[in-house]
Design a protein around this ligand. Structure first.
Ligand code: ADP
Ligand code: MG
Length: 355
């Protein structure tokens, strides 16, 4: 059963700004679901609507089959069974770790409270830190306290707003794995907000890509990356070459200015006209027998990979400049002539080009 259901939810602020525009989506029980999109696209507003900190102007929000907002219903935040980890963690500065974590249990007897708090402090790996105050903790430790505090009352749903934004790069990578493990171990349904595509790809069961308050695409990380639905998604999640061409007579290629691009699976049968393709930078493979010839313009050596700009075809003013990702071992320099082939699994037909 769907644990969370948004149906046609709308929210505008007094400024007249439409933050969430007719949003419909479902999240299954136990799923880690991520709202991904650029700053200002309505992610935090969506979380706040779900938590009950904002009222929708229209539409309906349900949790575990019960209407929380809409159709004449309104359930206040504390009755929704929702735990929230705020972007700045919002820990109580005057309470130590144990009291912060136990905060959501203030209606339980003290002995139950202490035991449960200990259990969740242990779960997030902070045993021994019970008596520390928030200012005596690192960013990563504060995040763990916020997580333990949100999970301690055993909510049906846990909401996390940009959980990695205050962490440095190394810690961020470790915490992605940790957070996933901790959320899974509680069985809670999680809705996470981030503007960072790597966070989203690494941690999510499913991702919703948002722009200007509405859904651009929904799917698991692989399908979002390999089959972006449109140019916005192709450019926002990773990098992409956008190329236009026409379907070949046998429906297996798109004929473009850089050559015939194989499409996989060939699903455009019976359609004609111009199509727009997204080809990922790693969708080109340098190969001596490749059908595409180009000349390297720039090499950006990054260690684990090198990003090259390659002009195809070479030596004409009409060439297309492609972004191509190559392994770190190959010795490449600007001016080199190279041959390439295209890997069909990294090609997506994103739309029919409007004339
Ligand atoms: P995100 O979390 O994706 O960055 P938000 O949901 O915070 O986006 O904001 C969506 C839009 O609504 C933005 O244009 C923002 O300026 C506007 N907005 C957010 N909160 C308020 C508010 N309290 N009052 C007025 N406008 C707001
Ligand atoms: Mg936000």
């Amino acid at each position: 059963m769907d644990q969370i259901q948004f149906s046609g939810v709308k929210k505008s602020y007094r400024s007249g700004q439409t933050a969430v525009d007719n949003l419909s989506f479902q999240v299954e029980k136990g799923e880690i679901y991520t709202l991904l999109g650029p700053s200002g696209c309505g992610k935090t507003t969506t979380l706040r609507l779900l938590a009950g900190f904002e009222k929708p102007d229209g539409g309906q929000i349900s949790i575990a089959g019960n209407v929380m907002a809409g159709a004449g219903y309104w359930v206040p935040p504390e009755k929704r069974g929702v735990g929230m980890v705020f972007q700045n963690y919002a820990l109580f500065p005057h309470l130590d770790v144990a009291r912060n974590v136990a905060f959501g249990l203030r209606n339980s007897p003290p002995c139950v409270r202490a035991g449960r708090a200990r259990e969740f402090i242990d779960l997030v790996g902070l045993s021994g830190f019970e008596k520390r105050f928030p200012h005596e903790l690192s960013g990563g430790q504060q995040q763990r306290v916020a997580l333990a505090r949100a999970l301690c009352p055993e909510p049906l749903v846990i909401l996390l707003d940009e959980p990695f934004s205050n962490l440095d790069a190394d810690l961020r990578e470790t915490m992605r794995g940790e957070l996933k493990k901790i959320i899974r171990s509680t069985g809670a349904t999680a809705v996470l907000v981030t503007h960072d595509q790597k966070d989203a790809l690494a941690i999510s069961d499913r991702i919703m890509v948002m722009q200007r308050g509405s859904i651009q695409q929904q799917g698991d990380p692989r399908s979002i990356y390999l089959s972006p639905a449109n140019q916005f998604v192709a450019a926002f999640i990773g990098k992409s070459n956008i190329i236009t061409g026409r379907l070949s007579a046998n429906c297996r290629f798109i004929e473009t200015d850089i050559g015939e691009i194989p499409i996989n699976p060939p699903h455009l049968k019976g359609k004609n006209g111009a199509f727009r393709l997204s080809i990922r930078p790693e969708g080109f493979e340098l190969a001596d027998d490749g059908p595409i010839t180009g000349r390297i313009n720039t090499v950006n050596y990054l260690g684990s990979e090198q990003e090259c700009l390659i002009d195809v075809p070479p030596d004409t003013r009409e060439s297309t400049r492609l972004l191509v990702r190559v392994g770190p071992g190959m010795d490449l320099s600007p001016g080199d002539l190279v041959r390439m082939k295209v890997l069909p699994c990294l090609v997506a037909v994103i739309d029919k080009k409007t004339p």
